[in-house]
Design a protein. Structure first.
Length: 306
């Protein structure tokens, strides 16, 4: 798999036209906005100094300003959506393909809710998903990844409906290559509440630093210890430190699940350069972490007689 810098240097060669279109849209939108502002200011300044015969057309122009603003908002919104679509279908598609040619990207498709349910993260009322990545890692490991949002719905006694987001971020599901006949859950550390709440399945790991960041739960201690090698725990710790984000893992039967709490991923921002380095690197890092972690555990299990 190619490094991010290798992929980024190749992307830079292909998307100057898309960025030029983005700049033209911004320039046109800014020009329209400035014209509206200037006309509005002029109208305010002149309305008290004109004879009645000129006031009527000036008032018409004055009231056209809100309509012009609405036009600008609609225009910019449509252009932003079009840009985002083109960004996903070109830049993100190529980034994923360059990362692993066996992976495919479908912005409008989604991962199945049943996959998310099997990971046993939380209960919810509504499940939303898009930006679906799927295929076989290195041509061997079945893998799926998608943006996911789960929602809790509340209806009061008067029938008013409200909703709150429970989880928002990336979720992936992958194959382990064999059945471990058990379950291991790795959660971000719960802090003092978790330390003083007894759970018979909470394991004490060999790494004190790992226990600072994560809690591991399993009824099969020996299995968990064999899978969570020192190298694997170091990999999790380093990703946590470098990205300062929360994530959880479920290893269950023949499947591996991970979710990362984050904002919408794989999105294009018309206000930013098409090839904004930090944005694309973040997308790459999260994708690489989820894919690499799946491969590491897959390889560990392939080497062990469980």
């Amino acid at each position: 798999m190619q490094s991010f810098d290798e992929i980024y240097n190749k992307l830079k060669e292909n998307y100057k036209d898309l960025d030029n279109q983005r700049k033209k849209t911004l320039c046109k939108s800014i020009t329209i906005a400035l014209v509206i502002i200037v006309l509005f200011i002029i109208s305010i300044l002149l309305i008290n100094h004109l004879t009645p015969v000129f006031i009527a057309p000036l008032l018409i122009a004055f009231f056209l300003v809100p309509a012009s603003l609405v036009f600008l908002i609609v225009y910019f919104s449509k252009k932003s959506k079009k840009f985002n679509r083109e960004f996903k279908e070109t830049v993100i598609y190529d980034l994923i393909k360059m990362y692993d040619s066996n992976l495919y990207f479908s912005p409008d498709s989604s991962i199945r809710a049943s996959k998310y349910d099997d990971a046993e993260f939380e209960m919810y009322d509504e499940f939303h998903s898009n930006d679906y990545i799927y295929g076989k890692l290195k041509g061997a490991i079945e893998f799926e990844l998608s943006d996911v949002r789960t929602v809790s719905i509340y209806t009061d006694s008067e029938g008013n409906r409200s909703e709150s987001t429970i989880f928002k971020g990336l979720f992936s599901a992958g194959s382990l290559g064999k059945n471990i006949n058990g379950k291991i859950k790795i959660h971000s550390d719960k802090g003092l509440v978790g330390k003083f709440t007894k759970n018979k399945d909470l394991l004490h790991m060999d790494s004190l630093e790992f226990e600072k960041y994560f809690d591991v739960y399993s009824e099969q201690k020996i299995l968990a210890m064999r899978i969570l090698t020192s190298d694997l725990m170091d990999y999790l710790i380093n990703f946590k430190k470098e990205n300062k984000i929360k994530f959880e893992i479920t290893i269950k039967n023949s499947s591996f699940y991970i979710r990362i709490h984050c904002s919408d991923m794989f999105e294009g921002n018309i206000l930013k350069n098409v090839l904004d380095y930090n944005t694309l690197k973040k997308y790459y890092n999260y994708l690489n972490f989820m894919c690499t972690l799946n491969q590491k555990i897959y390889n560990i299990l392939a080497e062990k007689d469980l």
